[in-house]
Design a binder for this molecule. Structure first.
Ligand SMILES: Nc1ncnc2c1ncn2[C@@H]1O[C@H](COP(=O)(O)OP(=O)(O)OP(=O)(O)O)[C@@H](O)[C@H]1O
Ligand SMILES: [Mg+2]
Length: 440
């Protein structure tokens, strides 16, 4: 513990009048030691005194300055500015700061910030002014540097922004080109697929036609034989001709079915009727022909449509979309003959303002990831030779995008969840775009 006796004795500063120096000397020494310029003037801006820094600034000793004005030391223009500032402060009767650029006696240009305050006598009357001027060159320099840095920064930000915008532009152009390329590729594979598919029925028809030709030639030859036409030859010819006609008819049917499907892939919006309708109307019309099939497959359809919601779009193609989805559920999801439980297809519509979101979900067998990855591709089917041509979902997507201006995808939540079945999410504009807008 430190006792009072241990504490060092503190010396009192000797500022009393009877000391080594008087208070006015102390004050003078203090003012002279300041780096700021200090000066006093009377109310007519005549100098009453100044400190050492001010002497250096004017290049004259104090006794030369006292009794004179700024006009004796600086350029008249500058002197007028100083005195105008003096007068402004005196009129205000309170402290005032101003900035000035002044040429000092040594030829240096100084940037000063000057605070002028009234000098009052004991009665409070203003007798003149006190000025304290500080060199703010460095501060101004830093401020200028800061401003330059800021400007540089802003310029660089603007440059980067412009670069990013340009890059973004390029990116969206590239994406546009990709989409175009993808469309072309899809069209290419579609055309190739159609050609390939048509090859089978047309090839069959050709084989049958040439076979029939040779049968007819043989029949004609047997007619010309002197022994005459045998009954068995006639019967064989008739049987062959009937078979050939059947085969031709089937091939023709297959080919025209393919062509009609192909036509609906390349569906032409201008030929579709546009009108206002509700989803409930659509489903009412659409479900009627499906009822027997749905009953036979033990499948019910649960509709949860916002019945008041009206669409201004193309009801025909929209019906075709849902018809294809229902057909798919019947053909693929509930096709297992051993199935005993009831199936349910849920259709939920939700009003999103400009759009309507429709969720179509069955609780059938579902798809494997591989099937899901290809299901929308034209001619992709898991029922080849068993009623599937693989055009259903390709047509659906084509109509949704091309005619209705919307989008269709699997409902991810459903597929990755543990529930069975397949779910699609459709997002359709309530007011369908015009054709030229869609194809942009
Ligand atoms: N609801 C569904 N449940 C299970 N699998 C489905 C379902 N819908 C489509 N698929 C699968 O997606 C494949 C592609 O369907 P898509 O409708 O394009 O062709 P498809 O039905 O086989 O033939 P098409 O519709 O031309 O008669 C189907 O073969 C089937 O494997
Ligand atoms: Mg299908």
């Amino acid at each position: 513990m430190i006792s009072d006796q241990d504490a060092p004795q503190r010396e009192q500063p000797r500022t009393d009048v009877d000391g080594d120096f008087r208070q006015s000397d102390l004050l003078r020494a203090l003012i002279d030691s300041l780096p700021d310029l200090v000066f006093f003037k009377d109310t007519r801006s005549v100098y009453l005194g100044c400190n050492k820094a001010f002497e250096r600034f004017f290049g004259h000793p104090e006794h030369d300055i006292v009794g004179k004005t700024d006009f004796d030391f600086v350029a008249p223009e500058q002197a007028r500015e100083f005195q105008a500032n003096d007068a402004a402060m005196l009129a205000l009767e309170s402290g005032r700061i101003n900035e000035e650029s002044v040429l000092a006696a040594d030829g240096q240009l100084l940037h000063l910030e000057t605070l002028k305050t009234p000098l009052r006598d004991a009665s409070g009357t203003i007798r003149g002014l006190i000025g304290v001027a500080r060199d703010i060159g460095e501060r101004r320099h830093f401020r200028a540097e800061l401003e330059a840095m800021n400007a540089d920064l802003e310029r660089r930000v603007a440059e980067r922004t412009a670069e990013l915008l340009a890059a973004n532009d390029q990116l969206s152009q590239a994406m546009g080109q990709l989409v175009e390329a993808e469309k072309l590729a899809a069209l290419g594979s579609l055309v190739a697929g159609v050609a390939h598919e048509l090859n089978t029925p047309l090839g069959n028809a050709r084989v049958v036609a040439t076979t029939l030709q040779s049968r007819v030639a043989a029949f004609e030859a047997s007619l010309a034989e002197p022994s005459g036409l045998k009954r068995s030859t006639l019967q064989a010819f008739l049987r062959d001709a009937r078979d050939a006609a059947d085969l031709l008819a089937r091939s023709h049917e297959r080919a025209s079915l393919l062509i009609s499907q192909f036509k609906s892939v390349a569906i032409d919006q201008t030929s579709e009727r546009r009108r206002s309708f509700t989803l409930s109307e659509i489903f009412e019309e659409l479900l009627a022909p499906f009822r027997p099939q749905l009953r036979a497959a033990n499948v019910t359809i649960r509709l949860n449509l916002e019945s008041e919601m009206t669409l201004d779009s193309y009801p025909g193609p929209l019906e075709q979309v849902f018809a294809n989805l229902i057909q798919n559920s019947l053909l693929h999801a509930y096709s297992d003959p051993a199935r005993t439980e009831t199936g349910t297809i849920c259709v939920d519509a939700c009003d999103l303002g400009e759009f309507v979101e429709v969720r179509f979900a069955d609780d059938g067998s579902g798809m494997t990831d591989t099937v899901a990855a290809h299901a929308f591709e034209p001619f992709y089917t898991t029922k080849l030779g068993a009623g599937g041509s693989g055009l259903g979902l390709a047509i659906v997507r084509n109509i949704v995008r091309g005619v209705l201006g919307g989008e269709i995808a699997f409902d991810g939540k459903h597929r990755t969840g543990n529930s069975r079945g397949t779910a699609f999410l459709l997002r359709l504009p309530k007011v369908a775009q015009r054709r030229d807008e869609v194809t942009q």
